[in-house]
Design a protein. Sequence first.
Length: 209
Amino acid sequence: MENVFIMDHPLIQHKISMLRDYQTGTNEFRKLVEEIAVLMGYEAFRDLPMEEVEVTTPIETCKTPMISGKKLAVVPILRAGLGMVNGILTLVPSAKVGHIGLYRDPETHEPREYYCKLPESIGQRLVTVVDPMLATGGSAVAAIDFIKERGGKQIKFLCIIGAPEGIKRLREAHPDVQIYCGHVDRELNANAYICPGLGDAGDRIFGTK
Ligand code: URA
């Protein structure tokens, strides 16, 4: 599927299986989410533009590749997306962090923005939107709509578990966005939970019920 990358690496799959276990406690869950974000980010940033720069080693001066001036932003969808931010910042400490908060309108069931703060010059940045669970796709589509309305152009979306329904909806709404997904699960249930999934990612990261 174009622009959809499934991260079938053994380390990612192993850690996702640990996340799924209902006996995995808050502390371990949070660490695993962060570790998976590092592994997924490593893969998602594979296409960052490089340039040859001159470096002087203790032996001689040489041309050697470095990531070129591309500015990065990581944008978690509140609240579960927060769990992935430090993982991305481990890889790219200079990235700026935006936040998008959405709630579901009780009448229309459409996502509504209640908070959006993005780094400046968003149009010149590679924007990595993170949310561990891509369920219906409604929040992901809305968040990316907001980022594009504010000038965002190059956007990647990282989720740990995706439902087929959410991946389809996001692809249709934003075919230009590259979707990186740790695992595609079977389906959504009637309450829009991913099956088998891992439950409510936000509650499990923050220890709430
Ligand atoms: N959000 C979650 O945290 N879990 C799901 O299964 C679906 C959406």
